[in-house]
Design a protein around this ligand. Structure first.
Ligand code: BGC
Length: 251
């Protein structure tokens, strides 16, 4: 019998925690995804309870991959730009694994999106340097060199225009400042020029919720590198989290 390998992928965000079992050969979701509200305040304990609830709803037994919107270094969360500050320095991977009582791997959300794009999406088969940027509440980044992820790059926190870049051109800043697409494209172009100057990427991929409307701003960009919208959209985090479990040899 041909047994399909599946891993439960979970994507922790500021407003929602979503998940689904993923077929790791194809990247397909094997069940409709479930989305639960992120508890407020999103303390490690409260988030652990919601992640457990999600795992219970799928009656999941087996390895789990999970994303987090911060630096995740060997299971420890080292930053908390857009989440509860109590995560800084917390043994987040262990806390969540204990909450669900099963093996769980934690990684940065944009790194998960990068893994998904390089395996099944817009960066598949691309050699050289690929940068995936997720534009949302903050800016997440994944750096992929010849198909291999260099984790925790945090290009959204590059110093730019007197502050961190994500405070200049995240999707949230567009909304908060009421920027028109043209104005927003100009800001994004400036930032991407800076990223290009530093890394000379062979391809830039733009993800995050705003990439659904890529035709409104990607054609406006004037860059040396080709720019593509992310292919996996909303599921990139879930799929990438599941892939990370495979890469870590946990299944
Ligand atoms: C965080 C990153 C995260 C990104 C997207 C940033 O503020 O520092 O770790 O990937 O937001 O959620």
């Amino acid at each position: 019998m041909n047994v399909r390998k599946s891993v439960l992928g979970i994507d922790i965000g500021g407003s929602g925690i979503k998940g689904a079992p993923v077929d790791i050969e194809t990247g397909a979701l094997l069940a409709e995804r479930i989305k639960l509200d992120t508890p407020q305040p999103a303390t490690p304990e409260a988030v652990g309870q919601v992640v457990r609830e999600l795992v219970t709803q799928f009656s999941w037994k087996g390895p789990i991959g999970c994303t987090f919107p911060a630096i995740v270094h060997h299971g420890i969360t080292l930053s908390a730009a857009n989440v509860d500050k109590s995560w800084i320095g917390a043994p987040a991977q262990q806390i969540l694994a204990d909450a669900v009582g099963q093996p769980l791997l934690l990684l940065n959300d944009a790194d998960a999106a990068g893994l998904a794009e390089v395996t099944f999406g817009a960066a598949k088969g691309v050699t050289g340097t690929v940068i995936v940027l997720t534009l949302g509440t903050g800016i997440g980044s994944a750096l992929i060199v010849d198909g291999r992820l260099v984790p925790n790059t945090e290009f959204g926190h590059l110093q730019f225009k007197g502050g961190v870049a994500e405070k200049y051109c995240s999707a949230k800043i567009k909304d908060e400042m009421g920027l028109k697409w043209k104005e927003y494209s100009l800001r994004l172009n400036e930032y991407l020029n800076h990223v290009e100057l530093l890394f000379s990427p062979d391809l830039i991929i733009i993800g995050g919720g705003i990439s659904r409307k890529h035709e409104k701003f990607l054609p406006e960009l004037k860059l040396r590198s080709p720019v593509l919208p992310a292919a996996l959209r909303n599921d990139a985090g879930i799929v990438g989290a599941a892939l990370a479990v495979v890469h870590a040899g946990m299944c």
